[in-house]
Design a protein around this ligand. Structure first.
Ligand SMILES: Cc1cc2nc3c(=O)[nH]c(=O)nc-3n(C[C@H](O)[C@H](O)[C@H](O)COP(=O)(O)OP(=O)(O)OC[C@H]3O[C@@H](n4cnc5c(N)ncnc54)[C@H](O)[C@@H]3O)c2cc1C
Length: 389
C-alpha cells in the first residue's frame, strides 16, 4: 500500500496552493467587508478575471474532459485541488467546469448549454429540492406534461444555489406519476427566458439560494436532458459528485483554521505561559488534528474509489459525513481557542462557522448519509472492513 502522492499530484497541488495564496487570499478582508454590507463577496467580473489568470497555469476545467478543453484531472487530484480552494473563504472556484450531467447532453444541447457553461458565458443551476421534498427527493411533485412538441412545467423548487443568477436550470420534474422516481422523473434544460421566477432566500451564511416558481413554463422536447424517465438517476449522479467535492473543500478550511489555532496558541499568553501549554488547549488541538486526518483519508478513499470506476456511494457518504462533521467540530474548537477574539468579526472564524454549518445540511444531510451507510451494512451490500474486507 502506497499512500504517497505522485510528483505530478504534488506539483498540481503546490501550484494551486500558491495561486490561492497569492491571488485569492489577499481578497479576504474585502470579501468580509462586502458580505457584511450584504453584498456578494466577489463580483462576476472579478471571478472571471481570476479564473482567466488561473487558466494560464493550466487550472481550467479540472473535472472537464480534454475534448471540451479541460484538464480532466483524476478524481484524487481534483480532490487535492478542491482542498486548496477550500483554504480560503473567498467564493472562488477554478473555471472551465460544468455540471457533470451536462456532459450527457446531445451535441446540439452541448453547443447551447454545456460549452457556454464551461466558458463561463452562461450560468447553470440544478433544481430538485421542493418545499415538500428535500431529503426525500423521490417525493417531488413538479409536473411536466407533454403537449405536442413541448413539455409544460408547473410547480415550485426551493433552496436552489445560483437560482437567482442562473441563465438556465437543470430541472427534475415528474413526467409519469405512476412510475414515480423509478422511470417517472425527467431532467429538463430550462432557460430563464422560458419564464420561471426566482426569489432569493437569505441564509445565515454567504449562500443565497432561490425559491423558483414554474407556472405553465413551456420547454421544448429537445430540451430533455438524457432520456425521458431517466431524471432521478441523473439527479443522483449530479449529487454524487458533490459528496467528495464538498468535504474536500471542508478539509482545506479545516487545515487553515487549525493553522490559525496553533499560531494563536503559541502566541497568546495566560497565567504566565502560552495557552498552548495548557493541556485543555492541547486536547482541543489534538482533537482537531485527529478530525482533520480522519476526514482527509475518508475523502481520499472516496475519490480513489471513484477513480477506480467502482461504486463509490458508500465511501462518498462516509466522506461527506466525516468531512462536514469534522469541519463543524474543528471550527467550534478553533473559535474556543481564540476566546473572545474568536467570536468577533475581526477574525474570519465566525464567517467559517456559519458557512461550515451548511456542509452538514445540503447535498444530503448528516442523517441521510448515516441512513445510507447503515442501510448498506444492514442489507449486506457492504462488508464491514471496507476495501480491505
Ligand atoms: C444553502 C443551500 C443550498 C442548496 N442548494 C441546492 C441546490 O442547488 N439544488 C437543490 O436541488 N437543492 C439544494 N438545497 C437543498 C438541500 O439539498 C436540502 O435542504 C437538504 O437535502 C435537506 O432537505 P430539507 O431542507 O427539505 O430537510 P428535510 O428533508 O425536511 O429534513 C429535515 C430534518 O429531518 C432529517 N431527516 C429527513 N429524513 C430523515 C430520515 N429518513 N432519517 C433521519 N432523519 C431524517 C434531516 O436530516 C433533517 O435533519 C440547498 C439547501 C441549502 C440550505
Amino acid at each position: 500500500m502506497d499512500l504517497s502522492l505522485t510528483d505530478e499530484q504534488k506539483d498540481i497541488r503546490d501550484t494551486a496552493r500558491a495561486f490561492i495564496a497569492r491571488e485569492v487570499m489577499p481578497l479576504e478582508p474585502e470579501v468580509l467587508q462586502r458580505e457584511r454590507r450584504g453584498e456578494k463577496g466577489i463580483t462576476p467580473q472579478e471571478l472571471s478575471d481570476l479564473q482567466a489568470q488561473a487558466r494560464r497555469f493550466g487550472f481550467w476545467g479540472i473535472g472537464t474532459p480534454t475534448e471540451h478543453g479541460g484538464a480532466n484531472l483524476s478524481p484524487v487530484t481534483q480532490s487535492l485541488v478542491w482542498t486548496e480552494v477550500g483554504r480560503t473563504f473567498v467564493p472562488f472556484v477554478f473555471g472551465g467546469d460544468a455540471d457533470n450531467i451536462l456532459f450527457r447532453a446531445t451535441p446540439e444541447q452541448q453547443q447551447e448549454y454545456l460549452t457556454p457553461t464551461i466558458e463561463g458565458e452562461r450560468i447553470s443551476c440544478f433544481a430538485i429540492t421542493e418545499p415538500e421534498a428535500g431529503s426525500d427527493a423521490t417525493a417531488i411533485r413538479m409536473r411536466a406534461v407533454r403537449d405536442g412538441d413541448d413539455w409544460v412545467l408547473n410547480g415550485e423548487k426551493t433552496f436552489i444555489t445560483k437560482g437567482v443568477e442562473a441563465d438556465f436550470s437543470i430541472v427534475i420534474a415528474v413526467t409519469d406519476p405512476e412510475q414515480g422516481f423509478r422511470g417517472g422523473f425527467t431532467a429538463f434544460l430550462v432557460d430563464r427566458a422560458m419564464g420561471w421566477t426566482a426569489d432569493p432566500i437569505h441564509t445565515m451564511g454567504p449562500s443565497t439560494p432561490a425559491s423558483m416558481g414554474f407556472v405553465d413554463v413551456r420547454v421544448p422536447h429537445r430540451n430533455v436532458l438524457g432520456e425521458v424517465g431517466e431524471g432521478f438517476r441523473l439527479a443522483m449522479e449530479w449529487i454524487g459528485r458533490g459528496r467528495y467535492v464538498i468535504p474536500s473543500q471542508a478539509i482545506g478550511a479545516t487545515e487553515r483554521l487549525l493553522g490559525m489555532a496553533v499560531q494563536y496558541a503559541n502566541e497568546r499568553r495566560t497565567f504566565g505561559k502560552a495557552i498552548g501549554e495548557h493541556q485543555m488547549i492541547q486536547t482541543m488541538i489534538a482533537d482537531c488534528e485527529l478530525d482533520l486526518e480522519q476526514a482527509r483519508w475518508l475523502v481520499l478513499v472516496a475519490a480513489w474509489t471513484v477513480e477506480q470506476g467502482r461504486d463509490a456511494r458508500h465511501e462518498s457518504a462516509l466522506a461527506k459525513l466525516g468531512g462536514a462533521t469534522a469541519a463543524g467540530r474543528v471550527v467550534d474548537r478553533v473559535m474556543q481557542i481564540h476566546g473572545g477574539m474568536g467570536y468577533t468579526r475581526e477574525l474570519p472564524i465566525e464567517r467559517w462557522y456559519r458557512e461550515a454549518r451548511l456542509w452538514r445540511i445540503f447535498e444530503g444531510t448528516d442523517e441521510i448519509q448515516r441512513r445510507a451507510i447503515a442501510r448498506d451494512l444492514l442489507a449486506g451490500r457492504r462488508r464491514i472492513g471496507g476495501h480491505l474486507a
